[in-house]
Unconditional design. Structure first.
Length: 171
């Protein structure tokens, strides 16, 4: 049997890509995995929502880790760490219209039991609404956008991208 003893594994350009610590076999990377293997999702919905429930980005424009299910609206964290989540949409009002939204982690409102976003509108109003949050996840935790309350208006959806969701790993 042959033994190969190495301390560094170098890339073709001479930079050190991996270091093997010692006899423990612990391997470290010179470049953190978040840079070499980005986790990025972006998508939008072609559905107009008029009721509560999970908002779903049915069209994916980027899903580098295949982490988003565009049928259920669930993003599953491939790696533990912090994720930057941002959602926006066009809210069209009628008399007395209001909307409450939140990000959910593992099926429950994240950070607050109340809504992260609240907006009311008058008849004929068209307003851009948005929410952003950083969510800490363990590997396999889930994130989704939840419409907690929606009355006398709608969250517009069409192929023109008046709405969207982006989630990316920040470390």
């Amino acid at each position: 049997m042959s033994t190969l003893n190495v301390t560094n594994i170098k890339a073709a350009d001479g930079t050190s890509a991996l270091t093997i610590a010692n006899s423990t076999g612990i391997v470290t990377q010179a470049v953190p995995p978040s840079i070499t293997t980005p986790i990025v999702f972006q998508g939008y919905s072609q559905t107009t929502y008029t009721a509560t429930g999970t908002w779903v980005a049915s069209v994916e424009t980027i899903d580098s880790a295949n982490a988003y299910n565009n049928s259920t609206g669930i993003f599953t964290a491939p790696r533990a760490g912090f994720y930057h989540c941002s959602w926006h949409a066009l809210f069209r009002g009628a008399s007395g219209a209001s909307v409450r939204m939140n990000f959910h982690k593992n099926g429950s409102a994240y950070g607050t039991s109340n809504s992260l976003l609240y907006n009311d509108a008058n008849s004929g109003d068209e307003e851009n609404i948005k929410m952003t949050q950083i969510i800490e996840c363990a590997a396999a935790d889930t994130i989704n956008v939840e419409i907690m309350h929606l009355s006398a208006g709608d969250i517009y959806g069409n192929s023109n991208s008046h709405n969207g969701l982006s989630i990316f790993f920040i470390g």
